[in-house]
Design a protein around this ligand. Structure first.
Ligand SMILES: *[C@@H]1O[C@H](CO)[C@@H](O)[C@H](O)[C@H]1NC(C)=O
Ligand SMILES: *[C@@H]1O[C@H](CO)[C@@H](O)[C@H](O)[C@H]1NC(C)=O
Ligand SMILES: *[C@@H]1O[C@H](CO)[C@@H](O)[C@H](O)[C@H]1NC(C)=O
Ligand SMILES: *[C@@H]1O[C@H](CO)[C@@H](O)[C@H](O)[C@H]1NC(C)=O
Ligand SMILES: *[C@@H]1O[C@H](CO)[C@@H](O)[C@H](O)[C@H]1NC(C)=O
Ligand SMILES: *[C@@H]1O[C@H](CO)[C@@H](O)[C@H](O)[C@H]1NC(C)=O
Ligand SMILES: *[C@@H]1O[C@H](CO)[C@@H](O)[C@H](O)[C@H]1NC(C)=O
Ligand SMILES: *[C@@H]1O[C@H](CO)[C@@H](O)[C@H](O)[C@H]1NC(C)=O
Ligand SMILES: *[C@@H]1O[C@H](CO)[C@@H](O)[C@H](O)[C@H]1NC(C)=O
Ligand SMILES: *[C@@H]1O[C@H](CO)[C@@H](O)[C@H](O)[C@H]1NC(C)=O
Ligand SMILES: *[C@@H]1O[C@H](CO)[C@@H](O)[C@H](O)[C@H]1NC(C)=O
Ligand SMILES: *[C@@H]1O[C@H](CO)[C@@H](O)[C@H](O)[C@H]1NC(C)=O
Length: 426
């Protein structure tokens, strides 16, 4: 009897010990990084201002993971605004509490507070990004996420010699928080940006009599090698054309998934989108501009940001590097010619399991509408106020986040009658 108890105890102990090992070995694949949100002084376009950053950097730090990994990001808010961080394109299966959109899956991290995000990488592979998801702090609080193939697997294309994140962003001379605040108060469109940046630098075309040396990002390449550009559009509003002078591009991935290669000399990338682009250094060793500018219709920042592809070797750098001929701002043919080539790779190693049966059909329209103001007193079109909608319904920020309200069955935070079609078809 006593002996049996003893062996049971031992077995139980053994189970405990095994469990501890299991937890420890899991912990090894759950790396933790620590981020500090803080105001940092930056000078661009000849003027200085404080911007909100992660650890002082614009763009913010790059997260490097392998497919299937789980990462913990501890965010310490030392800034002066409520902030949340969203892991854009990470599917986070059954892990909504760490998704990030303010008042959807969490209340914001208040100044002085910390929040720990658990980011579960499942099927994604390629390039994604993270960004603040509150007010307009994402203008400066964003950075790349690079998801490498899982251990023991590789890319569905020749391994590039080197890779370069290319982060496109907007630069405003004014304070972005004041800018969105004043737009919300007046009902008007927010001010346009003053520049675009590539990896935090505006590039040579933003010359100004008062400051002769705008910063320009450079990549160094060797003749004959192939490089992977991990391009991220973190611009606030504009869709962008991007080219490298005298070099073709091969788009091999998009939004954290592989695609059938697109051979092209330009891309068009929308805000929030990412593209994995191969480029071979096969031209005479020299310097070549890469450039990006808007594809847009009505009001937009019409400036052009540049960076330089610099070949190694002994040559005299041209006084002006070759410049690409970008499609015109309104060139819709260039856009459709490009976008209609986008197709999932859908190979044996990278299948795409699209559900084949449809249970429910939804027809969802996205639009920017106007709401009337007393005496036409707002600054939007006709004195009205601009407001975005889905099926003619605008989002009003609730007092607690929608996920908590759903989980705790709180009444009066959200309704369940979202229409399955818009009031008008157009
Ligand atoms: C950010 O700063 C904190 C505090 O200085 C530091 O512990 C952490 O390692 C930094 N993280 C990155 C990604 O640089
Ligand atoms: C940023 O730094 C510059 C140069 O050191 C300084 O003139 C400016 O006052 C600073 N701006 C802010 C908002 O602190
Ligand atoms: C910051 O977040 C807290 C908690 O959700 C909220 O009570 C407060 O009003 C927010 N502050 C601002 C300025 O939005
Ligand atoms: C936030 O995290 C930092 C670093 O781990 C710690 O020093 C600080 O005490 C934490 N603050 C709060 C309010 O928990
Ligand atoms: C993948 O391999 C690297 C070293 O080659 C190792 O550090 C990492 O923990 C491995 N990741 C997984 C998920 O096994
Ligand atoms: C927006 O632009 C207008 C006109 O150029 C300017 O007067 C105003 O200060 C800008 N607002 C902000 C918040 O920068
Ligand atoms: C250059 O500086 C002068 C004097 O401060 C100023 O009046 C002018 O507007 C500046 N020019 C530009 C393009 O910023
Ligand atoms: C780019 O591709 C086109 C079409 O395949 C080809 O004609 C052209 O020579 C290529 N240009 C370069 C610089 O490789
Ligand atoms: C950009 O727009 C401004 C007016 O906002 C105009 O003066 C300028 O010519 C435009 N530049 C280009 C390159 O289209
Ligand atoms: C670079 O080329 C120039 C002109 O051809 C030559 O004078 C110089 O010695 C070369 N330098 C090196 C480091 O090869
Ligand atoms: C682009 O616009 C310029 C000036 O508006 C025009 O001269 C040129 O023909 C246009 N190019 C194309 C390809 O439409
Ligand atoms: C788009 O493709 C069509 C036919 O494939 C071609 O004729 C046209 O020149 C292309 N337009 C642009 C702007 O690339």
């Amino acid at each position: 009897m006593e002996l049996m108890k003893m062996s049971l105890k031992l077995a139980f102990l053994g189970f405990l010990v095994l469990n501890v090992f299991a937890v420890l070995s899991m912990a090894q694949t759950r790396r933790t990084v620590h981020w500090v949100l803080e105001e940092t002084n930056y000078t661009r376009l000849c003027s200085s201002k404080n911007i909100l950053t992660v650890n002082g950097s614009f763009p913010g730090p790059t997260l490097h993971v392998h497919k299937g990994e789980t990462l913990i990001v501890n965010v310490q808010n030392q800034g002066k605004y409520n902030v949340t961080i969203h892991w854009h394109g990470v599917k986070q299966p059954r892990n909504p509490w760490s998704d990030g959109p303010e008042y959807i899956t969490q209340c914001p991290i208040q100044p002085g507070a910390n929040f720990s995000y658990e980011i579960i990488f499942s099927t994604e592979e390629g390039t994604l990004w993270w960004h603040a998801h509150s007010d307009w702090s994402r203008a400066t609080v964003h950075g790349p996420i690079i998801v490498y193939p899982a251990n023991g697997t590789t890319y569905p294309y020749s391994k590039p010699s080197e890779e370069f994140p290319i982060v496109l962003a907007s630069w405003f001379k004014g304070d972005v928080m004041e800018l969105i605040q004043s737009a919300l108060e007046s009902g008007a469109e927010p001010n346009q940006s003053d520049a675009f940046t590539i990896n935090g630098q505006t590039g040579d075309l933003y010359k100004n009599e008062n400051c002769t040396n705008p910063g320009t990002f450079r990549i160094l390449v060797d003749y004959g090698k192939t490089y992977l550009l991990r391009i991220i559009n973190s611009i606030m509003n504009e869709e962008m054309f991007f080219m490298v002078a005298q070099h073709n591009l091969t788009v091999v991935g998009m939004d954290g998934a592989y695609i059938k290669p697109i051979y092209t000399d330009y891309i068009m990338i929308t805000p929030g989108q990412t593209m994995d682009v191969l480029i071979t250094a096969n031209q005479s060793p020299s310097e070549y501009y890469m450039a990006a500018r808007a594809y847009a219709g009505l009001q937009y920042d019409n400036t052009t940001t540049t960076a330089i592809v610099q070949y190694s070797g002994n040559y005299t750098a041209p006084s002006t590097p070759a410049f690409p001929i970008l499609p015109n701002y309104t060139d819709i043919d260039a856009v459709t010619n490009f976008t209609r080539q986008m197709k999932a790779l859908n190979s044996k190693e990278h299948p795409v399991d699209v559900p084949q049966t449809v249970d429910t059909k939804l027809y969802i329209t996205l639009s920017v509408n106007t709401l009337p103001c007393v005496n036409s007193s707002c600054d939007g079109p006709n004195g009205d106020r601009l407001a975005a909608s889905l099926n003619n319904i605008s989002f009003v920020t609730p007092e607690v986040d929608v996920l908590l309200a759903y989980h705790n069955q709180l009444q009066g935070i959200f309704t369940k009658d979202f229409p399955s079609q818009p009031p008008y078809f157009f």
